[in-house]
Ligand binder design. Structure first.
Ligand SMILES: *Cc1c(COP(=O)(O)O)cnc(C)c1O
Length: 385
């Protein structure tokens, strides 16, 4: 194991200073400092613990208020939200969907549930999210518009949708992607699982396409234990999302009639109760996380370590702070030293085309994603007391 560069050792000492002297420092631990217990007790006292209840409605309303989307539909997790959004986007058997190779596996799993193939297009090195320039290049050199659809010339398949992801909460170039999708008859579905509270020109991530999805998993900025949401401005899509996530049951006081194959993707009221209490604290969480990111950024600047920053005109939620080290060997040495010292730093996900399930997918040039995957280290980013 090679000796760690002095600036990286000093950064580890700074993480310790920031998060307190003793004990392990997790990557991202939840903070329950609001009405969580009170709302949970309310669920139990009223017996509304399952998939209907006032907190589900409250959660959906809060998500509409926070994102500015006209409709929000609660789901049991972010993966279910993505699956639902892809169904609503019309993605089906044999379609291809363009996405970024640098993401959590849920994005590609949701595509696979619809028996669609991913097509991997590079990220921008500054946002770590899908690159509009790379998307445009891929479409112009390898695709054609046929009868109001986008066709991939090599495979002959339809490309139905584009699914970018706002990596670590840093807003990507969603407006540019939306404009390209419009010209190429592609549905834009934003995976905003990591970017609750992140905005572009004041507009919330997840609202630039036809549909956006969020996650409330245990390690996200706001958690409900497990949970997700689909947002859209389209009333018909919102109605259909509610219907399909509710076993496609036609509402009736006693009759069980399901008009198609549906899903049990609803969010239990118990989880929605925690989500509501957490969302009440969102502004505080965001301010706290921004202060942490600024502290990291200032220290990294002094130490000459590149730190992942938001683009001008955007606001990141700084879900996970990220630095870039020189190469994979240095990354591994840093991870070793950090974790040996009780600091839970971690690498970014392995690129999706490296996973067995997606190894045969079409890829554009992925130079920026490969460099990022080798060099990114995530630092502890929890809300600080
Ligand atoms: C967390 C996450 C999801 C959804 O995950 P769930 O655990 O199913 O809520 C989807 N995409 C990305 C990029 C994520 O980080």
């Amino acid at each position: 194991m090679s000796e760690l560069r002095a600036p990286l050792r000093e950064l580890l000492a700074f993480v310790r200073e920031l998060y307190g002297a003793a004990g392990p420092i997790p990557l991202h631990a939840p903070v329950f400092a609001g009405n969580e217990k009170r709302y949970l007790a309310e669920c139990i006292d009223t017996t509304f613990v399952s998939s209907v209840g006032p907190f589900v409605d409250c959660f959906e309303q809060m998500m509409q208020d926070i994102t500015g989307a006209k409709y929000a539909v609660a789901t049991m997790n972010g993966t279910a939200a993505l699956h639902m959004a892809l169904i609503l986007a019309g993605v089906t058997d044999g379609d291809e969907v363009i996405t970024q190779p640098l993401s959590f596996v849920a994005t590609c799993n949701a595509l696979a549930y619809q028996r669609a193939q991913p097509v991997f297009v590079d990220i921008d090195p500054d946002t770590l999210s899908l690159s509009p320039a790379a998307l445009k290049e891929f479409l112009e050199s390898r695709c054609e518009r046929v009868a109001g659809a986008c066709r991939h010339r090599e495979t002959g398949r339809r490309i139905a949708a584009v699914v970018p992801m706002h990596t670590f909460g840093l807003p990507g170039r969603a407006q540019e992607l939306a404009e390209i999708c419009e010209r190429w008859h592609l549905v834009l579905v934003e995976d905003a699982a990591e970017s609750l509270g992140s905005t572009i020109g004041g507009r919330h991530t997840g609202t630039f396409g036809k549909l956006g999805t969020f996650s409330f998993n245990g390690n996200k900025t706001v958690t409900s234990g497990g949970g997700g949401a689909v947002v859209t401005d389209d009333p018909a899509l919102a109605r259909r999302a509610k219907h399909l996530t509710t076993t496609a049951k036609v509402p009736h006081r006693w009759d069980f009639f399901h008009d198609e194959v549906g899903f049990n993707y609803r969010l239990p009221n118990l989880n929605a109760a925690v989500a509501c209490a957490q969302l009440e604290q969102l502004e505080g969480f965001l301010a706290n996380k921004r202060a942490t990111a600024q502290a990291y950024a200032a220290r990294c600047a002094q130490l000459g370590i590149p730190f992942a920053q938001e683009l001008a005109g955007t606001r990141s939620n700084f879900w996970l702070n990220a630095i870039l080290v020189d190469d994979a060997a240095e990354r591994d040495a840093f991870l070793q030293a950090a974790n040996d010292g009780g600091i839970q730093a971690r690498p970014v996900w392995q690129l999706m085309p490296e996973l067995p399930a997606f190894a045969s997918a079409t890829c554009g040039p992925l130079d920026h994603a490969r460099a990022a995957a080798a060099r990114i280290v995530n630092l502890p980013s929890s809300v600080r007391p």
